[in-house]
Design a protein around this ligand. Structure first.
Ligand SMILES: C[S@@+](CC[C@H](N)C(=O)[O-])C[C@H]1O[C@@H](n2cnc3c(N)ncnc32)[C@H](O)[C@@H]1O
Length: 273
């Protein structure tokens, strides 16, 4: 329980995850239905990139700092860039929005957001970042266990599963949560973020998730996966992806691999159809 996302906020993997999250949310909202978003691992919602944790890791310098400079970025990346600019009131990205804040800023009347955050220190900061807004609820509970119970009722469902992956069982628990959510609500959209360190760990997760229907898989590799101790890339695995999301993710992953990678590659493909 020592994980703090403050060391990693605004890194390349956050850019992929958050640009992907905004793309899927906007495609689901465009259908017109009300939507309930469930964020199983919320973090603190808002990150100060001038704080010692962020400066020590310097991950944001190789991520969001490049985002604000980048010319010619594709549309889904520009949407995230605009969100960061709006938060900061200009191009200097001192603050970076976490997933609950990005979603909370886009809720329409009748939409809702339930965010789980297990760590009391992070949950307190999260309440400060998004608490008190109409339709937003923060729960200091286990998101793997709580998400499936929120699938009943009207409107669309979007679930983000974004664990720290510091514990070995985060892979199995993510696949288990995906199965329970889809059993409770077959038409839910579920987006799982995963680190890419070595191929066997990722393949084992995909084997575990196989059988959950048609999954869209988006991969960014910043470099070949030769050193399993480094985060060499990241992936999004999505069940119930809305039409058109494939091309958004292709744009996001290609831009990230080309702009932030060292000989990086990207791939968007389907598992299980
Ligand atoms: C990667 S961070 C989340 C970042 C956030 N989704 C974002 O994109 O801004 C993971 C968070 O999950 C929390 N966490 C770990 N296990 C949890 C669990 N079982 N249920 C809810 N939160 C958990 C950690 O305290 C940490 O703040």
């Amino acid at each position: 329980m020592n994980y703090s996302h403050a060391f990693h906020a605004g890194n390349f993997a956050d850019l992929v995850k958050h640009a992907g999250l905004l793309a899927v949310l906007s495609r689901l909202q465009a259908r017109g239905d009300r939507i309930r978003v469930v964020d199983t691992h919320g973090g603190r919602g808002l990150y100060d990139l001038s704080a010692p944790e962020a400066r020590r890791s310097a991950e944001a310098e190789r991520g969001v700092a490049r985002l604000t400079e980048a010319a010619g970025a594709p549309a889904p990346i520009r949407v995230l860039r605009e969100a960061v600019r709006a938060l900061n009131g200009g191009p200097d990205a001192r603050l970076y929005p976490g997933s609950p804040r990005l979603v909370a800023d886009r809720l329409r009347s009748g939409d809702s957001l339930v965010v789980f955050e297990f760590n009391p220190r992070e949950a307190t900061a999260l309440v400060a970042a998004v608490g008190g807004r109409a339709g937003v609820e923060v729960r200091g509970a286990d998101g793997y266990e709580g998400a499936a119970g929120l699938m009943a009722g009207e409107g669309a469902r979007l679930v983000l599963i974004d664990p720290p992956f510091e514990r070995g069982d985060d892979y199995a628990r993510s696949a288990g949560a995906l199965r329970r959510i889809l059993a409770a609500r077959a038409d839910a959209t579920v987006m799982i973020w995963l680190p890419l360190k070595d191929l066997e760990t990722f393949d084992a997760f995909l084997r575990d998730a196989e059988g959950c229907g048609d999954l869209l898989v988006a991969e960014v590799r910043l470099r070949p996966l030769r050193d399993p101790l480094r985060m060499n890339g990241c992936a999004l695995v999505i069940a119930g992806a809305p039409p058109g999301l494939d091309s958004d993710l292709e744009d996001i992953c290609r831009w990230t691999a080309e702009t932030l990678g060292e000989g990086g590659t990207s791939r968007v493909w389907r598992l299980g159809c």
